[in-house]
Ligand binder design. Structure first.
Ligand code: SF4
Ligand code: SF4
Ligand code: FES
Length: 533
């Protein structure tokens, strides 16, 4: 593999890599604003300047300058190496590059920072980006000086509503053009552009348009400073209080890798951020996915309920025992959930096939929706492929309705409350069951029709494995503590089995995972973001 030296370290690179890309692959950050691994390279911020040493026999590339001579009290002609943008310069085998070790580079970084902060309002105490802002980070690392300008800074528009999701502050903008390039190159909707010149530069929305569509949140995410903020997260939390779990978006079968940010002090989830994964979502997520973290708190079922009334756990289990006593196994169905993890569905399969001895297996989940060629999958469930792997013979939900209508199924245990449609006639059919037990996280038709509802944790409260549409198994870590009386579904199913007097083969999550690895999921995700096929 070809390689070059960066500050004396050997950096192997792939053909086509720029210096910054190759360094980034090796965990070395060359400071930058405009460069983003998933976007084109405008090389306009100049923060990434490096010194490339001439190859043996080559003339050094020099720049004529006027240098301040303190003794003489005047500027004098001088020269210095011409620095080059690491984001645009291709890595060349054997080249030598100086960054942190070059005094010229240090001066350049300092100068770029000072220039960017010349008219900046430095309103960090009320800025949502504070704590994760590149201007702050690089000031600390490369500038460290007070502002020298004493004039009134140039003022520009603040709090400009770009559309239903994004607010723009031109005074904080460093004009890196990442937002413009994201909309043009990834979202394929060139709705943003730059207007004016010099220190009057600002980002603007195309006339007659607003910044809308399916990928607006990503403009905020790529913005390296606090110039773009989302209406959803604006003024809600200070990022230094947030912790992060490596999660998997539950919004569709793409299974985008995400950071789920939560505040452990009030046990609330505050936002999603994309987690880079070249094989799944690269660096991106869609707006619906970014907003889907709200599901961790909205429409939740947090108590055991029998016939619509809140009861304790013991009363609910007693009711289940009575409802299922003496029922012939041919009349009992189980319903897997494409919304739940492999672990939860595995426990239900075990209960169905080993415990209850039924072969009436069905599966449910949300119905299909919008899709595109960028990221969004029409299957709005995160684990349809996982359910199909675990229970290949399970039939889709409409088949269950037919069996109930024909009187062949009279009792059912369902995981998850979602059904592909919310037709009143389907709910009416479900209500003809003599007994329906639903293990549910949120409200939905299967919870509504159930005699007994057991509250189960969401993906945000319990770790679980999900198989995306490409067949990749990915583990979502738990973030917050379980809400209300909710417990992981595999644990609730264990209690159901014990209440029914059935044998069980699991008591702990690690036993389920061990069995999944051996029998059902070669290479199943032991690690967050594992993507083995
Ligand atoms: S709004 Fe943010 S992403 Fe867009 S140009 Fe300004 S600093 Fe860059
Ligand atoms: S594409 Fe699907 S998985 Fe990815 S962020 Fe959007 S809803 Fe979530
Ligand atoms: S990262 Fe902006 S010029 Fe290279």
């Amino acid at each position: 593999m070809p390689s070059f030296k960066l500050d004396g370290k050997t950096i192997p690179f792939e053909p086509g890599d720029s210096i910054i890309r190759a360094a980034d692959r090796h965990g070395i950050e060359i400071p930058h604003y405009c460069w983003h691994a998933g976007l084109s390279v405008p090389a306009n911020c100049r923060m990434c300047l490096v010194e490339i040493l001439p190859a043996p026999g080559q003339r050094p590339l020099m720049l004529d300058i006027l240098a301040w001579d303190a003794k003489a009290g005047a500027y004098k002609p001088d020269s210095k190496p011409k620095l080059q943008p690491a984001c645009q310069m291709a890595a060349v085998d054997g080249m030598e590059v100086k960054a942190d070790t070059s005094e010229h580079v240090k001066d350049a970084r300092h100068a770029v920072q000072e220039s960017l902060l010349l008219n900046h309002p430095v309103d960090c105490p009320i800025c949502d980006q504070a704590g994760e802002c590149k201007l702050q980070d690089y000031w600390l690392a490369y500038q460290h000086t007070q502002k020298r300008m004493r004039d009134e800074p140039v003022h520009k528009p603040k709090g400009v509503v770009f559309g239903p999701t994004i607010v723009y502050d031109a005074e904080r903008c460093v004009m890196c053009t990442r937002c413009i390039r994201f909309m043009a190159e990834v979202a394929q909707d060139p709705v943003l552009d730059m207007r004016e010149r010099g220190n009057l530069n600002e980002i603007t929305v195309a006339p007659g348009r607003e910044l809308d569509g399916k990928y607006t949140f990503m403009t905020e995410h790529v913005c390296p400073v606090g110039a773009l903020t989302t209406i959803d997260f604006r003024f809600k939390a200070r990022v230094w209080f947030l912790k992060s779990a490596k999660s998997i978006c539950q919004g569709c079968a793409t299974g985008c890798n995400a950071h789920l940010d939560y505040d452990p002090r009030n046990n609330r989830v505050y936002r999603y951020r994309p987690r880079d994964n070249e094989q799944v979502n690269k660096y991106w997520m869609c707006d619906d996915g970014m907003l889907s973290y709200h599901r961790a708190h909205e429409h939740r079922i947090l108590d055991e309920m029998v016939s619509g009334r809140v009861t304790g756990h013991a009363a609910a289990l007693e009711a289940i025992k009575k409802l299922f006593e003496g029922v012939p196994k041919e009349s009992v169905a189980v319903v897997f959930s494409a919304q739940h993890s492999l672990e939860d569905n595995w426990a239900l399969r075990e209960l169905a096939t080993v415990g209850l001895g039924t072969s009436a297996l069905f599966w449910s989940g949300l119905g299909d929706g919008y899709e595109d060629a960028i990221l969004i999958h029409k299957d709005k469930n995160p684990n349809t492929a996982g359910v199909k792997q675990l229970a290949p013979g399970a039939r889709p939900f409409p088949e269950l309705l037919k069996e109930i209508a024909a009187g062949r199924i009279t009792h059912a245990i369902a995981l998850g409350s979602e059904t592909p449609t919310r037709e009143p006639k389907d709910l009416a059919t479900l209500q003809t069951l003599r007994a329906l037990i639903t293990l549910a996280t949120t409200d939905g038709p299967l919870a509504e029709a159930a005699q007994v509802v057991l509250p189960v944790t969401s993906w945000a409260e319990a770790s679980g494995t999900f198989v995306n549409a490409k067949g990749l198994r990915q583990l979502a870590e738990a973030a917050i503590r379980p809400l209300g009386s909710a417990k992981p579904a595999w644990e609730q199913l264990l209690r159901v089995a014990l209440a029914m007097g059935l044998e069980t083969s699991w008591t702990k999550l690690r036993e389920i995972r061990a069995k999944l690895l051996v029998t059902d999921a070669p290479g199943a995700g032991e690690h967050a973001g594992t993507v083995s096929p």
